[in-house]
Write a protein that binds this ligand. Structure first.
Ligand code: AMP
Length: 203
């Protein structure tokens, strides 16, 4: 036991449960630690500034993924190239590969994670250009975990995606306010645990 502590320092959370800090990986319970400066780091999303510590749960050298300020279902997330590029055709091959490989990985893990609440499929949506419904001029892939019957008829999912953007406030806008930072931070922390690998937490 004492020997094990020479590799791991154990400390206690306020709730009394043990947290394990790995000296080798700099992680707590497998999730990479971040300094306050790293959490404050900002990412571009068109004209918006996205704070890592509030919204970003996954990042590679070329891509990041964030929780949605107006999700249409639980864990409806966005996968975004780090470079601010408006159109799909503006992306390099390397960026395209990384974006879609990231979306594949994120979708697969969100589907497994959502199984308990009935998730059995995924929708990957990329609206490219204002004529297609794109509202933020920065390429992004919507990853939408789907459960049977969540939208009846099924194609209502596209209407929901149309309604969610900030610029199209519907008459029931009062009930469609943006989520609070606190709310998004909780989801961000929850989802970050699904992607503990260093290559998915590139700062
Ligand atoms: P689209 O209509 O395909 O351009 O989708 C834009 C998406 O971005 C919508 O799902 C919005 O809810 C989402 N969105 C807009 N601004 C933010 C933001 N600051 N943080 C997170 N999601 C955002």
């Amino acid at each position: 036991m004492t020997r094990a502590y020479s590799f791991y320092s154990i400390f206690r959370r306020r709730d009394g449960r043990a947290r394990q800090r790995s000296r080798v990986s700099g992680s707590i319970n497998g999730v990479l630690e971040e300094t306050p400066e790293q959490r404050a780091r900002e990412y571009a999303f068109g004209p918006h500034r996205i704070r890592r510590g509030v919204e970003v749960f996954f990042s590679t050298r070329l891509t990041y993924a964030m929780v949605n300020v107006r999700p249409i279902v639980e864990h409806h997330v966005l996968v975004v190239p780090r470079r601010c590029v408006a159109r799909f055709a503006d992306m390099t091959h390397e960026e395209v590969c990384d974006l879609w490989l990231s979306a594949q990985c994120i979708g697969a893990r969100l589907e497994v994670y959502g199984q308990a609440r009935g998730v059995t499929g995924l929708q990957f949506v990329l609206q490219d250009g204002s004529g297609s419904g794109q509202t933020v001029p920065h390429v992004h892939v919507h990853v939408v975990p789907r459960a049977p019957g969540d939208f009846e008829p099924n194609d209502l999912v596209y209407e929901a995606l149309e309604r969610s953007p900030l610029r199209r406030l519907s008459p029931d806008a009062a009930t469609q306010r943006n989520r609070s930072d606190e709310d998004m931070t909780v989801e961000r922390e929850e989802l970050r645990r699904l992607f503990p690998e260093r290559e998915h937490q590139v700062l």
